[in-house]
Write a protein that binds this ligand. Sequence first.
Ligand SMILES: Nc1nc2c(ncn2[C@@H]2O[C@H](COP(=O)(O)OP(=O)(O)OP(=O)(O)O)[C@@H](O)[C@H]2O)c(=O)[nH]1
Ligand SMILES: [K+]
Ligand SMILES: [Mg+2]
Length: 426
Amino acid sequence: MDTIFALATPRGKSGVAVIRISGPRAHDAAKALGISLPAVRTAATRRLTWNDMVLDEALVLRFDAPASFTGENVIELQVHGATAIVNAVLTALSEQPGLRTAEAGEFTRRALENNRLDLAQVEGLSDLIEAETEAQRRQAMRVFSGALGELAESWRMWLIRAAALLEATIDFADEEVPVDVGPEVKELLAGVRTELARQVDGIGVAERIRDGFEVAIVGPPNSGKSTLLNALAGREAAITSDVAGTTRDVIEVRMDLGGLPVTFLDTAGLRETADKVEGLGIERALKRAEAADLRIILLGHGESSPAFTPGADDIVLRSKSDVDAEGDVSGATGAGLDRLVGRISEALAARATGAGIAMRDRHRIAMQRAIEALGIAEDRLDSAPELAELIAEELRDAVRALDSLVGRVDVEHVLDDIFSSFCIGK
Ligand SMILES: Nc1nc2c(ncn2[C@@H]2O[C@H](COP(=O)(O)OP(=O)(O)OP(=O)(O)O)[C@@H](O)[C@H]2O)c(=O)[nH]1
Ligand SMILES: [K+]
Ligand SMILES: [Mg+2]
């Protein structure tokens, strides 16, 4: 196994830069830099030297396998964040035998291989690093701390219990079965299936929290959509003018709205037009507005938008309240903007509460596979309960699907559990 190293903080000038070394030669690599190793899990300042030259005065942290992020011996060097220092230390490391630069994600891959993290936690970690808003941080943190693995483990235990009950009836096939296990098995399966379905339902919202909600601003030309977008963004993101049909392409502005990631879409004014390019813009506007999570329908004085019927949560507003007594909001003066932002946050926050812990297509596929297997098992329990062996096989399929959630693949281990732990009356 190679010993790998890399800069763990972004490149460029900074107060401190962290260089991580992981693998069997991590301790030797530190010693080769003139470092006398600090005690495990303590930090000590040490002078780094290479070819008789002092490179820097660094804070050195030492972790010994398996109690480290990667599960290997790890040294972390906190050096002064000058490009020249970082380069000198990285060069010194690369000149040592058995050491090489880490590939992207390689520290985490080793953590996975050494069972320091499960697959879902690895996904959580990558989302955590990408998190920009509070809701994203909270969601990623839940997954990173192993919540999905814990859920999968509890489902797995229920299914293994159900399979064990069925196995017992197989063992007793020729004799009298002491108890009818059907009702208990059914209850276990229905419990798992209901929870799985709830998690699958929450994936869409969880994906939204990860990738951002879309809020489209739509309405007739010149109602002030682009001006409103600019007011929300606090910058001139879109061109505005008194010419109807100014906006053609969809303009996107990403924002943090009360902790939720939101992308606002400014769109072309909706109207009948003979202009080919404007027509293409309107087509795009309609498509994106329909796909968005929420729409702000912005109307001018006395206007309606025949091209757009508002959905239940959509917000219909009258623009230019600074010059229109019946207006609700003014992109020009900012009046009514806080109230609008409040309404949008409220509508999206209500949806965000439906988020589950599962949050990826991979999770959806695994869970749906499990739901399907459980459905077949439940049907068989009703129609042909004597086929206990076949039913148990469906349960094993469901367990395998759930195991794939966390990247566990040792099916033998599952079968061992089933056959060893719960043998009623034997
Ligand atoms: N007084 C006032 N004028 C506004 C306001 N919002 C927009 N306007 C003016 O209305 C005109 C149209 O504004 P835009 O923001 O370009 O309108 P739009 O809806 O994006 O127009 P299209 O992109 O052509 O569909 C411009 O002259 C703006 O200065 C407002 O809140 N108050
Ligand atoms: K305009
Ligand atoms: Mg516009």
